[in-house]
Design a protein around this ligand. Sequence first.
Ligand code: DP6
Length: 315
Amino acid sequence: MQAATAYAHPNIALVKYWGKSNDELNIPATPSLAITLGDLRTTSHIEESASEVVVLDGERVTDVKLERWLELLRKQYDLPPLHVESSSDFPANSGLASSASGFAALTVAISSAFDLRLSLQEQCEWARRGSGSAARSLHGGFVALEPEKTLCTVSQVLGENEWDLSIVIAITSDRAKTTGSTAGMTASRDTSPFYDGWLRATVEAYELALVATRSKDFEALVRIAEGSCRQMHALMLSTEPALIYWNAATLNCIETVTCMREAGIKVFYTIDAGSHLKAICQKGDAMNVSDQLRQVDGVHSVLVSSIGGPAGIVR
Ligand code: DP6
């Protein structure tokens, strides 16, 4: 093998994935649509090692999810023990999709290091086995994931240069999330009385989002994306025990985004399994949106990103 280093960007879903139809194969129960964040990245380096070592953001860790995933790969390919080193230039483990960019980058690194010659679709499949949302980070731009019975199709709906939007991320906490996505999804499916309704609403939202994205209909995306976000968090709130990812600053940010929109700025919000809020706006409004979010009570800092391209190898 050759040592290899690869990168991938995180992505944020406009139509959310929260629930699996097959836990073992990690098949999402619904389709989802996301955008890739070009200015944030995770870099993963792998090389052969006497025993498996995983270093995340400079710290040696035991990562059960990652170890299980490496075992899956080993069933298919003849991989030696690896030294894996991954780091992100944004806060990890707090709803900013570091596991998505991490698994995507690792898939690219492993495929290159062992000359596996995986197609993009095969890389998406491997990344998805690690984390459902990771499959979307292999592509750039607006990315759709459609589940089938035992696999998923991942495709680009709009290229990274086709719609000049920016993503402003309001960091509202420095704590790691308390319940990870995998455990949270299982709990929602097993305990929420709203789960079936959520699945139906998401399939509908996905179809509408495809049309809105292809026609660059910002107003339609506002309704669809904020709707999907609020429905997912309503599902989380109705889970037993409740999954409450928002904090006071998240609510303050929602209010600010809503006020900005009432004042005529084209902007909408989305929030994942964490308390940070992501505001999507026209590129020309990004400075204004980030200035306003920075001043919101409880916001620690603000990151701004353009829509980014696919994962790749660091040469
Ligand atoms: C809220 O992809 O992290 O970000 O497949 O169990 O690893 P697993 O889940 P993961 O879940 C992402 C959840 C989300 C919504 C989304 O990105 O679609």
